[in-house]
Design a protein around this ligand. Structure first.
Ligand SMILES: [Mg+2]
Length: 432
């Protein structure tokens, strides 16, 4: 890692951290991993990286050209290293600041006590007042701890999560929104040829055009392929009822968050009005939110992410409880790099009730920060990662390269200013 520090310079040099003046309140020293003195977390470093998409992602909510996330490295005094990824969303610098604020609470602690560390940061650190941003930040540290502990005991993360329930997970094909018919047709044919069975497309902007697109997708992928639509909360309950009936003429697999997630009564009412299976997505921001959606049976599928609920453990437990309620889980992403993707893969390999066609952006990334590309960069199926921990190697040169991209060009924001201001023609929108 010396090379990476050298390449990144002072911006990424480890920060001086205050010494803990009081003994930890929970999670006191545990059994040593390898005998002798207990292993301790000795350093947590992070780097913001910006990796472009091959094409812009458009929806009723976002216009985005790439992924800006935070790569997290946790090291121990024995020289063990674990890697994680904090996803960003609205503002990546705020996520990194939260991550940095957690460092003094984690330093010197046992890397196996993930839950106690989360408790101390979340409750004693008062980040429960800003839960969503904390969850995004902590998820990167949490992921690195799973990786580190897996490496320490020579076990893959899926074994730490309870072991394999399957040997393969299937991912979706993400069709571009608003593409010309010939482009959409070409994409569908390419997806079918590559073996994809689940095709996902955004809706919620122009129902007439979207109905034409759905018809073309069905005609091109054939009767067996599954069509999934995502309106990103764009419709009222009445609009969603009507629009889903219209689009279901071509057979929908499920509809993701057709109506606003708040209040949860929206989804509950729609579920009673439509025969199209519903996936909750927005609104699963926190553990308590996911719990409410599960226990009120406000959907058929939970489409959510470890970083929304703060940790791989929370994700796994909530998905397991959802299965007890008869609900399935779909792993969500709003753009992620290889570390977040592989952490999700370990969870999916070990969960009881998952859908086909999980979300991925690997196929639309222009690059990544791993030494080997993911199987889902080129096809729908991903088997069992080899090796302990997350089972992937971080390419430090690529981290440095994409950190430099961030330093030069900033964050890939979820919006473009030129897509806004339609109500004000006098507003000087910047040129693309
Ligand atoms: Mg969605």
């Amino acid at each position: 890692m010396g090379q990476l520090h050298e390449a990144l310079g002072e911006l990424t040099a480890p920060r001086a951290v205050p010494i803990l003046l009081t003994a930890p309140t929970v999670g006191q020293s545990t059994t040593p991993i390898s005998g002798g003195a207990p292993v301790r977390i000795s350093a947590i470093d992070s780097w913001i990286v910006s990796v472009p998409y091959t094409h812009r992602e458009n929806s009723a909510q976002v216009n985005r050209d790439g992924v800006t996330d935070i790569i997290v490295r946790v090291a121990t005094d024995e020289g063990l290293v674990g890697w994680g990824e904090s996803c960003s969303g609205a503002n990546v610098e705020s996520v990194q600041e939260v991550l940095r604020a957690c460092i003094p609470i984690a330093l010197g602690r046992d890397p196996w006590i993930r839950e106690a560390l989360w408790h101390d940061c979340f409750r004693r650190g008062v980040w429960n007042f800003r839960e969503s941003t904390f969850n995004f930040a902590w998820a990167g540290i949490d992921m690195a701890l799973w990786d580190l502990c897996g490496k320490a005991c020579g076990q893959p993360v899926y074994n730490l999560l309870g072991g394999l329930r399957r040997r393969e997970v299937e991912y979706f094909y993400y069709l571009p929104y608003g593409a010309a018919p010939e482009v959409l047709e070409t994409q569908c044919r390419a997806g079918v040829a590559a073996g994809y069975r689940v095709f996902y497309v955004k809706v919620g902007v122009d129902i007439a055009r979207e109905a034409e697109a759905i018809a073309l997708i069905r005609q091109t992928i054939g009767p067996e392929g599954r069509i999934r639509v995502d309106a990103n909360e764009a419709w009222t309950v009445a609009e969603a009822t009507r629009n889903l009936e219209r689009l279901d003429a071509w057979g929908l697999d499920l509809a993701e968050q057709p109506v606003p997630a708040d209040p949860v009564a929206n989804m509950i009412e729609l579920k009673g009005r439509t025969r199209v299976p519903l996936a909750a997505n927005e609104g699963l921001w926190r553990v308590a939110d996911a719990w409410e959606v599960i226990t009120r049976r406000a959907c058929d599928v939970l489409c959510f992410s470890p970083y929304w609920v703060g940790s791989l453990g929370h994700f796994h437990r909530l998905a397991s409880v959802a299965a007890l309620e008869g609900l399935a889980t779909c792993k969500h992403t709003h753009g992620e790099l290889g570390l977040a993707a592989v952490a999700g893969q370990h969870a999916l390999l070990s969960l009881p009730h998952i859908v086909e066609g999980h979300q991925q952006t690997a196929a639309m990334m222009a690059g990544d920060i791993l030494t080997e590309s993911l199987p889902i960069a080129t096809g729908p199926r991903w088997g069992v990662p080899a090796g302990p921990g997350l089972g992937v190697e971080v390419d430090e040169d690529q981290v440095a390269h994409y950190h430099e991209h961030y330093r030069r060009h900033g964050q890939f924001l979820p919006y473009t200013l030129d897509s806004m201001g339609a109500e004000d023609p006098e507003w000087p929108r910047p040129a693309r």
